[in-house]
Design a protein around this ligand. Structure first.
Ligand code: GLA
Length: 489
């Protein structure tokens, strides 16, 4: 029997458990990339993809780790007389294989979209009953990633086995192509994919579609995630807090090679404040969601770039231990906004090398002082303060303190190389093309650790002023780390 809390409790054990079921060797850490849907919808063509790749390189985001360029719905022109899927030649005049080549030549991997239904959600040809033929077509084009949607599924859903069978068909078909294709299920959490998808997919969407709002309730996204675990109707127009609250009940189901996908990011799309986007990005990273940017790269602001490229936050997501943060507590507060929403949360979790993550999240309507008690931070290591960790001394590193300054981010966006070199832009983001996050963390790269801001002493707490809809996020490292050998501690 698989006991998720055991996997959380021991890195060594979790590796032996994972070794039993990964679908493939991909997504050892959550996949990172860009998907056009949140900002462009159906308005796609090859120029959009190529210009996005160029900007992603220029802004340093490819090197920060965003590796997959994922084309979403609306690329298709139906099937030819022998049933082969065809790309729309007006939108993709070079053909998909050529587009894939160009994306590969820029140092990226290429993602594609289809649906486990008769049609895609925008009513283009779907892959249900064409799984093998379509997988061969995708592999022939040089596709490295498939986002596989759930629309028009002919009623083949409603219990986990039916949905499992339908999604496994494409999983097997992709495997039989012999090409390594990351398989990203998109069935919105229907039939509880976190219970069974680890053996068939590299990630699964766990919610209806995200909406560019921090916490606005919407009748079309009926499950709130406040108390319930089951959600009969995933819906769409789900806010960032709605999705986070839903996933909080089963964050432990994401494991190396198989992750919860909270949907593509909204950072840069204009619907949230800077603090709200920081909260959204931090928590997507901390719960090990797939990290797909969803913005228009041509309209990215310096502030938003300095969220998406924060190495200390990405390092949480790409941590080799692969353990999600856990929501330790959540309280409603009276300080509600115009939607009647107001809550506060504390999250913590273990990172590689014995470090810990802690976040104080203020979804109340005004700035407030919050605190995280040592006994709560280390609760999973021993209840009610019985853990050894809660008696130790930790250095607190603020994960947003070294955010890229605005003029530096602007120099990257402007492509002004003289200014960029005088501002030394490359010293602000981590280059994962040169050094993996795993190696960077192992060598204590300071970009990944955040800025030391204080000490958490035995049994006390972290106190911070947290802005409205904002977050304070920390890495805790044993004080004196590096001075003593680990086994002496
Ligand atoms: C569904 C998916 C979205 C997007 C659209 C495309 O709604 O959940 O992420 O792919 O379809 O039509």
């Amino acid at each position: 029997m698989y006991l998720p809390w055991l996997a959380t409790a021991s890195a060594a054990l979790s590796f032996s458990v994972h070794a039993l079921y990964p679908l493939n060797e991909l997504a050892k850490t959550p996949q990172m990339g860009w998907n056009n849907w949140n900002s462009f919808g159906c308005d796609v063509d090859e120029e959009l993809l190529i210009s996005a790749t160029e900007k992603i390189i220029q802004y340093g985001l490819r090197d920060a780790g965003y590796q997959y360029i994922v084309l979403d719905d609306c690329w298709s022109n139906g099937r030819s007389s022998n049933g082969t899927l065809q790309a729309n030649t007006t939108r993709f005049p070079s053909g998909m294989a050529e587009v894939a080549d160009r994306i590969h030549n820029e140092g990226f991997k290429f993602g594609m979209y289809s649906s486990a239904g008769t049609y895609t959600c925008a009513r283009y040809a779907g892959s249900l009953n064409y799984e093998h033929q379509d997988a061969q077509t995708f592999a022939g084009w040089g596709v490295d990633y498939l986002k596989y949607d759930n629309c028009y599924n002919e009623g083949q859903s409603g219990n986990p086995l039916i949905t499992y069978d339908r999604y496994k068909k494409m999983s097997d078909a992709l495997n039989s192509t012999g090409r390594q294709i990351l398989y990203s299920m998109c069935n919105w959490g229907e039939d509880y994919p976190w219970k069974w998808a680890q053996t068939v997919a590299n990630s699964w969407r766990m919610s209806g579609d995200i909406y560019d709002s921090f916490n606005r309730p919407d009748a079309r996204c009926p499950c709130t995630g406040n108390e319930e675990y089951n959600c009969a109707l995933p819906g769409f127009h789900c806010s960032a807090m709605n999705i986070l609250n839903k996933v909080s009940h089963y964050i432990d189901k994401g494991v190396p090679h198989a992750w919860n996908d909270l949907d593509a990011l909204e950072v840069g799309n204009g619907g949230m404040t800077d603090d709200e986007y920081k909260t959204h990005f931090t928590m997507w990273a901390a719960v090990k969601s797939a990290l797909l940017m969803g913005n228009d790269m041509g309209r990215l602001s310096a502030r938003d770039l300095s969220i998406l490229n924060n190495p200390a936050i990405i390092a949480l997501n790409q941590d080799p231990r692969g353990t999600s943060a856990v929501r330790v507590w959540r309280y409603d507060v009276d300080d509600v906004d115009r939607y009647g929403q107001g809550e506060i949360q504390m999250w913590s979790g273990q990172l590689s090398g014995g470090d810990y993550f802690v976040a104080l999240l203020n979804a109340g309507n005004s700035s407030r002082e919050m605190n995280a008690m040592a006994d709560d931070i280390f609760y999973d290591d021993g209840e009610e303060g019985t853990s050894e960790e809660s008696t130790m001394e930790w250095t607190i590193h603020d994960l947003w303190a070294n955010r890229m300054p605005e003029d530096v981010a602007q120099a990257l966006i402007d492509g002004n190389s003289t200014q960029a070199s005088s501002l030394n832009v490359t010293s602000y983001y981590f280059n994962a093309t040169e050094t993996s996050y795993e190696d960077g963390l192992a060598s204590n790269n300071t970009l990944l650790l955040g800025q030391p801001v204080g000490t958490l002493s035995a049994k006390v707490m972290i106190t911070a002023e947290v802005p409205r809809h904002g977050i304070m996020a920390y890495r805790l490292r044993l004080a004196g780390w590096g001075l003593r050998k680990r086994d002496e501690l």
